[in-house]
Design a protein around this ligand. Structure first.
Ligand SMILES: NC(=O)c1ccc[n+]([C@@H]2O[C@H](COP(=O)([O-])OP(=O)(O)OC[C@H]3O[C@@H](n4cnc5c(N)ncnc54)[C@H](OP(=O)(O)O)[C@@H]3O)[C@@H](O)[C@H]2O)c1
Length: 263
């Protein structure tokens, strides 16, 4: 057994998660790879063991099922310790609210919301007493948009954003770092899985998964807690946070606002 840092990546069988696995392997991390398609995970594991001589555990689990989530949470709580959790697995179901298949919506929320919450809980619980560790939670640029057909997915990623930002506040002074990653459109199978054509996006709006992961890992080195890889100036995010801060003291008072008087 090595004493290299160990990263657990969910959704490591494809796309962004696969790119994290490859980048982290290159920098000497031992890996725990999580997804449902075990054949793909085994192929990635043997590629990375051969290329980098690292330890790779394959943990096949369906994060849409309680049993799968529980096994991954148990691995996070176990030894050898997980130093970096990348909560990346997720997918989108599209459709206007009136037309959605509500069972599909539930299935998506189980992965994007419930599993991410449980795995974040497991990691915070394991890392806080150690006074170190890193968690990356993958949201989406759609948190800032209200696109018809995207209510469920957009809301699931708003959950990721809200949950993670509060985790960041709670993690202050614990030694645990928490990154909120906000990808825009990334060239992966995600779009096909969601029934969309990636080609409908102008090429200048589409980023490669490797570039996204480079930015995320660089943001960790820079201690930048919110990584929006294509955002030229972080002050735009700061302005968003400032607008929230200006609103928040006004939303809970003992009287209704004057515009609701009379009528
Ligand atoms: N691509 C984009 O434009 C984009 C933009 C913003 C945010 N994101 C977010 O980025 C994350 C990764 O997406 P991607 O673009 O890399 O998509 P992807 O290429 O389709 O990969 C999705 C990964 O999630 C795993 N996954 C899906 N359902 C799962 C389940 N029930 N249990 C376990 N693993 C599951 C898949 O593995 P198996 O199928 O093998 O289980 C796969 O490894 C997602 O959270 C997505 O919402 C993507």
């Amino acid at each position: 057994m090595t004493d290299s840092p160990r990263a657990l990546v969910t959704g490591a069988s494809a796309g962004i998660g696969l790119s994290y696995a490859r980048h982290l392997a290159r920098t000497g991390h031992a890996l725990v790879l999580v997804a449902r398609r075990v054949d793909r995970l085994e192929a990635v594991a043997s590629e990375l063991r051969d290329a980098h001589g690292i330890e790779v555990e394959v943990l096949a689990a369906d994060l849409g099922a309680d049993e799968g989530v529980a096994r991954v949470a148990a691995r996070i709580a176990a030894e050898p310790s997980v130093d970096l959790l990348v909560n990346n697995a997720g997918f989108a179901v599209r459709g206007r609210v009136a037309d959605l298949d509500p069972d599909e919506l539930d299935r998506m929320l189980r992965v994007n919301v419930l599993a991410l919450g449980r795995l974040s809980h497991a990691a915070m619980r394991a890392m806080t007493p150690r006074g170190r560790g890193t968690i990356v939670n993958v949201a989406s640029g759609t948190v800032f948009m209200q696109m018809p057909g995207n209510a469920g997915y957009g809301a699931s990623k708003n959950y990721v954003m809200a949950f993670t930002r509060t985790m960041q506040v709670e993690a202050r002074d614990t030694g645990v770092r928490v990154q909120l990653l906000v990808p825009g459109v990334i060239a992966t199978d995600f779009h096909e899985v969601a029934g969309n054509d990636l080609n409908r996006f102008p090429p200048e709006n589409v980023m490669q998964a490797d570039d996204l992961v480079v930015a995320s890992l660089r943001a960790l080195e820079m201690d930048e807690p919110v990584c929006i890889p294509s955002l030229p100036a972080i002050r735009d995010w700061d302005a968003y946070v400032a607008a929230e801060a200006a609103l928040s003291p006004k939303v809970s008072r003992d009287r209704i606002a004057p515009r609701y008087h009379g009528g």
